[in-house]
Design a protein around this ligand. Structure first.
Ligand code: FRU
Length: 494
């Protein structure tokens, strides 16, 4: 339909048809990036889940591939990972050279979830199941989403997976990807929640070059914003036990449409490249696109910054988009006086990127009779002549960044809530008068990265008509726009 087309992003990955949720088997094989994903090719809801597949050299231009792991009599092919078995530790590859891609994933039946191993001898195009499957089964109906990596110091494979209803992440070890022994459990920890899913334990480099162990745990439902969200813990991993170094509650996103984040394997140690699924289990099967549903975030590079108090903080940076940019407008140093606004018309049907850095004036309205949430703020709105708008902005008195999709009318659902906000990180971004925003609007996919990418907001957006106007608005406070870049992003097609 026309709506389905209007909402389909152009640079965010979407399935050719049907339903998509979690990214799976993310692996760089030395030449290509693989993106496998939870997929129902036949209908736009979750059923008969298999692994869809696409390949790319830049994480943005994708070539769709045939289904890589089908649903079978042993169950649906649920979330899992892929690793390079370089030395043929499993003995399942014809030789120790070449692209030995092994997949480890969950086979899901109503009564049982167990972990399967499969190997590919054709560069990840298709997989052959190991004859002795399952490789890990504890008799549980809620035991899933293995992520595997090679732990050099202890010379073994480590698997993290979710003990979904026990609110634990289990760690298992193996020397051959086939025989797994239990190492430890982590949790419950962090937010109280119903289900733990999709753990990822990875090392991420900070600005001084030091590596930090980070454990991502997707939880659903249990997000403070409602439904699904990804929380993360920073700490130590000794090859058996993960120990968080503090009790800080950390979420990867301040909105509600980034879930099941997975990191690429096959990269250099400390290099963390990820996709998150843009979705939330509260409404992902009812979104207003009929022939396809589900999008991936932009590819994001993760890094860590130490704040002056010694707390590590996650930074998420969208990758490789520079090559797709076509400049619409590029300006420096413009002043927008208090009460003023500026309108810029936008092309439709193309992805839009906006980079903006600004500083609000020293003094703002403090009279409580007239100040309030609508007064002392700078707003960026994507709007149309049907009176709809998608806005982001900065509320100066509370030092909060917000995202508001409540004035869009293309999707109505009780859990599709409208407004999200996050305080700025004053430890790492101490001047509360400064703000930098990096925004992407691409069909139904909207992403905000704020303040040197320290804050990330990911939201699905459904206007009833395209948003073809950009409005910058200084409410009750003057704003100096130091830097302004506006682009369309056009695929290069490799
Ligand atoms: C997370 C999840 C996983 C599961 C998959 C099923 O979104 O529920 O736990 O493996 O999706 O599609």
């Amino acid at each position: 339909s026309k709506m389905s087309r209007q909402y389909r992003p152009s640079v965010h990955f979407t399935p050719p048809a049907g339903f998509m949720n979690d990214p799976n088997g993310l692996i760089f094989d030395g030449a290509q990036y693989h993106l496998y994903y939870q997929h129902n090719p036949d209908a736009a809801f979750s059923a008969n889940i298999c692994w869809g597949h696409a390949i790319s050299t830049d994480l943005l231009n994708w070539k769709d591939q045939p289904i890589a792991v089908p649903a079978t009599i042993d169950g649906q092919a649920y979330t899992g990972c892929a690793v390079l078995d370089r030395d043929n530790s499993s003995g399942l590859f014809p030789n120790a050279h070449g692209t030995n891609i092994a997949a480890l994933y969950t086979r899901s039946l109503p009564t049982r979830q167990s972990q399967y191993l499969a190997v590919s001898t054709n560069n990840g195009q298709s997989f052959e199941e190991y004859q002795g499957n399952p490789v890990l089964d504890i008799g549980s109906p809620n035991f899933r989403d293995p992520q595997v990596f090679f732990h050099e110091p202890t010379r073994k494979w480590v698997m993290a997976l979710a003990e979904v209803e026990k609110h634990q992440i289990g760690f298992y070890g193996s020397i051959d990807l086939i025989h797994w022994t239990h190492l430890s459990n982590f949790g419950p920890a962090g937010l109280p929640t119903v289900n733990y899913e999709c753990p990822n334990l990875i090392q991420i480099r900070d600005e001084h070059g030091a590596l930090h162990w980070v454990l991502f745990v997707s939880i659903n439902p249990g997000s403070p914003m409602g439904g699904s969200v990804t929380q993360y813990f920073i700490g130590e991993f000794d090859g058996a036990v993960f120990t968080p170094s503090d009790a800080i509650l950390r979420l990867t996103d301040f909105a509600k449409d980034a879930y099941a984040m997975q990191v690429y394997s096959g990269l250099q140690p400390g290099e963390a490249v990820t996709f998150a699924w843009m979705g939330n289990w509260q409404y992902c099967q009812e979104l207003p696109t009929q022939d396809w549903r589900g999008a991936m975030s932009l590819p994001r590079r993760l890094s860590i910054r130490q704040d002056p108090n010694g707390y590590p903080r996650l930074v998420q940076t969208p990758m490789n988009i520079e090559k797709l940019r076509r400049t619409l407008l590029c300006e420096k140093a413009a002043y927008l006086p208090k009460g003023a606004h500026r309108d810029i018309s936008l092309p439709t049907g193309r992805a839009i990127e906006l980079v903006i850095r600004l500083k609000v004036d020293e003094s703002f309205q403090t009279d409580p009779a007239i100040s309030g949430p609508e007064i002392n703020r700078f707003e960026i709105a994507f709007a149309n002549d049907a009176g709809e708008k998608l806005s982001v902005g900065y509320d100066v008195p509370s030092a909060q960044i917000w995202l508001d999709r409540s004035k869009l009318r293309g999707f109505d659902h009780p859990f599709y809530t409208g407004r999200f906000a996050t305080p700025i990180n004053t430890a790492l971004y101490p001047d509360a008068r400064m703000l930098d925003l990096h925004l992407f609007l691409d069909g139904c996919a909207f992403e905000i990265y704020a303040n040197e990418h320290l804050e990330t907001g990911t939201a699905l957006v459904y206007p009833s008509k395209p948003l073809d106007m950009l409005r910058l608005k200084a409410d009750g406070i003057g704003v100096t726009i130091d830097h302004f870049e506006l682009y369309t992003l056009d695929k290069t097609m490799c």
